[in-house]
Design a protein around this ligand. Structure first.
Ligand SMILES: [Zn+2]
Length: 656
């Protein structure tokens, strides 16, 4: 069941919640980080390509990208580089492993063949290519490097030499910081075994400044079995690699990295980040880069692992969400807060709507902050602005029969769609289709009701009267979405009926749901004759409607008093109905129409006391009201064959 508020179906421009959001944006996290930095900066992030990359890995990529863009915007000399840790051993089978992969456990990822049919050069390339393709789509301008090239080029040789010479220091730091005690002959390095080619199974036991002594041990790790070979070889020029905590320190030292964030699981006390930082200080005398710890990106929603095989790979989410929405998702939440992503309808619609509010906000308040945020989430910050079409509406339109959505949206856009509007619309239509195909449950789907749904019988006479009025007053000429939206609100005020009950009735008779897309949009895209017929075929009982919608005469006076000073003009009317068979009492009402100086007209209805007899002209008749001073006075014409039990009903209208 979708419990969904219609943010567009509110006449309130800004709720308290919106104001809070606006306020928190005024100190965006990336600006705060950039404020504390001086001089040229080198930002680094990295990924081990040991399987299809999870969407959560994009958080680090985009957190770093936001810091990068902010520094660029401030005119700081800055480089963003992204390392592929493809010299790491295969130490676990990926979910989509081919049968032959088990035999390659322990080999460097870049030395393992790509799966059959893949155009990639090797396993690492196979997995990382998919991920790097997303960088391009998201406008992430990181300089990519591969650790195989770094090791093989000899660029890491000085760092490897320094670290191996201080193996005792590394062992002490491991023991002190992370309480991991290593044997006396343990050296922080692994060579690629000359005999079997594995890297995950070798242990280095000595270093003489030129070569290391190593063993390829059958029992070093559980996930791979070494061949037993022993030998001596140079650790330089790609013959092996550092353990990753030392590799981290070596990267910081060799590349001069000044900013590198890490997932919070690495940033615990005694964790890998702390070990790497201590090694950097003690071995190289270096200063650790600025850490930007970021929280988990969680994916919920049962549908994410449905039988359709939809998963949480970064590629799949990037296939779904338009790039600016994906950037917005990853960047708007401060890194220290967990993101709980879901493909549920409510979550996705809210995500798009919050993005759209950012794009379309017209308030001057926090303008600079919003513009900064827009630069962060744009794929190409120099691209022209566009007007987003609501995701919920597109999902609905795609489900209406015989509708060319792009053409219809174009026709209903004042001045037509611009080129950037069109690009945005196509991306969003693709996202809406993707969502409908893969994530929508049966309850999420809408179906235009070609006949009045049976469940319409649950609507109150009050709601039915509202719908009937929509039909009676439906505009002759086509309106914009906003025009129809105003029309719905106008009729709701003149019924009068609360907004929630009004829209619920509208959705019920059109799509047989309690919620739906923006009501004005629904009216704009549906056939006028169909709508008028649907609204007019709904019948209701006047006495029941009046009883449900009337307020007391003292509440009427209270309302009028409250709006004293805003009243432009008032008018009034009185209506009567006969009692059944002339035996039960009839009903009468006084209605006062009040136009306030915001131009909106409200209707107040007060019920008269029951009366006996029949009004003169059949089932319903009007009676006259006289304005006497500031009072509307009910004055039935003398020839009415009606005995009003309460001879006088007056409502005080305050004078301005
Ligand atoms: Zn071996």
């Amino acid at each position: 069941m979708i419990v969904f508020q219609n943010p567009c179906d509110s006449e309130q421009p800004m709720t308290a919640v919106h104001q809070r959001e606006e306020k928190s944006e005024s100190s965006m996290w990336y600006e705060k980080i950039a404020e504390g930095l001086a001089g040229p900066q080198i930002i680094n992030d990295s990924k081990t390509p040991s399987g299809r990359v999870h969407v959560g890995s994009l958080r680090g990529v985009l957190v770093h990208d936001a810091v990068f863009r902010t520094l660029q915007n401030r005119g700081t000399e800055v480089v963003y580089q992204f390392g592929i840790d493809d010299y790491d051993p295969l130490d676990g089978l990926p979910a989509d492993a081919t049968p032959g992969l088990q035999a390659h456990m322990g080999y460097p990822l870049c030395n393992i063949p790509a799966p059959p049919g893949s155009p990639a050069t090797d396993l690492a390339d196979h997995y990382i290519s998919e991920f790097l393709g997303i960088f391009q789509e998201l406008g992430v301008a990181a300089q990519v490097y591969r650790m195989r090239d770094v090791y093989r080029s000899g660029r890491f040789n000085p760092a490897i030499d320094a670290i191996l010479k201080k193996s005792d220091v590394v062992r002490r730091i491991y023991a002190e910081v992370s309480h991991a005690v290593r044997p006396e002959d343990w050296h922080p390095f692994q060579v690629i075994c000359e005999n079997c080619g594995r890297i995950g199974t070798t242990a280095v036991t000595a270093y003489d400044g030129h070569t290391v002594a190593y063993q390829c041990r059958p029992d070093l790790v559980r996930w791979a079995r070494g061949c037993g070979h022993q030998g001596r070889m140079s650790p330089f020029d790609g013959h092996g690699k550092l353990p990753w905590k030392l590799e981290w320190a070596a990267k910081w030292q060799t590349f001069g990295i000044t900013i590198e964030g890490a997932g919070k699981d690495h940033c615990t006390r005694g964790g890998s980040r702390e070990v790497a930082e201590q090694c950097l200080r003690e071995i190289f005398g270096g200063t650790p880069p600025l850490n930007v710890p970021y929280e988990f990106f969680l994916v919920s929603g049962a549908k994410m692992s449905s039988s359709k095989g939809v998963g949480t790979a970064a590629r799949e989410i990037a296939n779904f969400l338009p790039p600016e929405i994906l950037r917005f998702l990853m960047i708007r939440t401060p890194p220290k807060r967990t993101v709980n992503f879901s493909t549920d309808f409510e979550y996705i619609v809210k995500l798009f709507n919050e993005h759209d509010r950012l794009v379309e906000a017209t308030l001057e308040r926090d303008r600079a902050t919003r513009e900064q945020m827009l630069r962060m989430i744009a794929v190409n910050p120099a691209a022209t602005a566009y007007h987003p079409v609501g995701f919920q509406l597109l999902v609905a339109l795609l489900q209406l029969p015989h509708l060319d959505v792009e053409r219809e949206v174009d026709q209903r856009t004042t001045g037509g769609l611009t080129e950037s509007d069109r690009v945005s619309l196509r991306n969003r239509l693709a996202a809406a289709r993707y969502w409908l195909d893969r994530y929508a449950s049966e309850e999420d789907r809408i179906e235009l009701q070609t006949r009045l749904p049976v469940s319409a019988s649950t609507l109150s006479d009050w709601q039915r009267a509202f719908l009937h009025r929509l039909g009676e007053h439906f505009p002759e000429q086509p309106q914009t979405e906003e025009g129809y939206q105003r029309f719905i609100f106008d009729i709701a005020r003149l019924t009068p009926i609360g907004q929630h009950a009004a829209f619920a009735a509208l959705y019920r008779v059109l799509i047989d749901k309690a919620q739906g897309p923006k009501g004005g949009a629904l009216l704009a895209y549906l056939d006028r004759a169909f709508l008028v017929q649907r609204f007019l075929e709904i019948d209701f009982s006047y006495p029941a409607f009046w009883r449900q919608s009337a307020i007391t005469d003292s509440d009427c006076e209270h309302w009028l008093k409250k709006h004293q000073g805003q009243i432009l003009n008032t008018s009034a009317g009185c209506w009567l109905t006969r009692g059944s068979s002339g035996e039960s009492p009839g009903l009468g009402i006084i209605e006062i129409r009040v136009t306030l100086n915001d131009g909106k007209t409200y209707l107040l209805r007060a019920l008269l006391k029951d009366f006996e007899g029949e009004p003169q002209n059949g089932a319903a008749a009007t009676a006259d009201l006289e304005e006497t001073g500031n009072r509307w006075l009910l004055a039935l014409s003398t020839n009415a064959r009606v005995k009003i039990l309460m001879t006088e009903k007056t409502i005080m209208v305050p004078s301005n």
